[in-house]
Write a protein that binds this ligand. Sequence first.
Ligand SMILES: *[C@@H]1O[C@H](CO)[C@@H](O)[C@H](O)[C@H]1NC(C)=O
Ligand SMILES: *[C@@H]1O[C@H](CO)[C@@H](O)[C@H](O)[C@H]1NC(C)=O
Length: 283
Amino acid sequence: MRCGFLTFVLILLVGVSCETEDEDIFVPSHEWKEIKQGQKIPAGLHIRVNLQTGKKEARLPDEINNKKQALVATEEQNEETFQHQIPLIELEETLKKIKNDAKQDSSEKLKTKYRSYDELKRELGTLKLTPKLDSEIIRDLIDDYKIEVGGSKNSTRIKNILEDLEYLSHQIDNAIDFVNQNGFKDVVYNSLNETDSVIKVLSLRLMGSLMQNNPKVQIHGLETGCIREILKILTLEKQVGVKYQAVGALSAVLRRFPLAQKQFVENGGLSVISKVFEDKNTK
Ligand SMILES: *[C@@H]1O[C@H](CO)[C@@H](O)[C@H](O)[C@H]1NC(C)=O
Ligand SMILES: *[C@@H]1O[C@H](CO)[C@@H](O)[C@H](O)[C@H]1NC(C)=O
């Protein structure tokens, strides 16, 4: 390696004012020149410490390096050192361009006041700070759910996913996202087939939250047979906690939804429900 040549180069604006009557003033050139002991240095020079000799050196700055302050460590002692830096002119032009772009935007009266999510994501993506939208979280959770159910079947993980989805589903748009991503079939109905009663409870709670005050999701639930599923549970389920949650889901789909109420009655729902309430264990 050329570490032996390592030179520590210090470029700075020297604030020493030039006292004209002084006897010993450093006379700079465009070449590096050693600064003698006690010499006064005019302002605006590049100064470096030559690590090999330990001596201070100075020279006139290149025009493009003018007004610049930097601290640079480099392997070379020669002028190439300064080519590693972004020329000031380029920098200034870039800044000007940015300013011009901004002006153009404001003259167009900013069609959209805020950047679109896509733009934001693209910009932040390069910084690896991608914010996740709820819809993305929902998609990830559904994917995770499928992986768990199809693979290791870790019931703790499955329960966590159902709880997370339930939390998100209180928002109407999230619930619709969930439906659009086929969550009813892939997650809700699938979980009702599990033997773990806690999973069934969480699935029914999720179903209820999704349909609560959400006509679009109520329609989806009806069309995909949620009333039959709920009645099946109310008829066959032994666990009171599961039945209790099934009644909750049922009320969510029936509320202010005559078509669902009709289907409920036609499927013998009234007798199923009255049997549930005859059961002494039911609160
Ligand atoms: C199931 O998942 C939970 C939470 O992620 C974890 O703590 C636990 O160790 C996992 N159990 C098994 C058997 O992998
Ligand atoms: C649940 O199980 C029933 C009977 O075993 C089956 O017919 C149905 O397709 C299953 N549902 C889901 C969503 O897996």
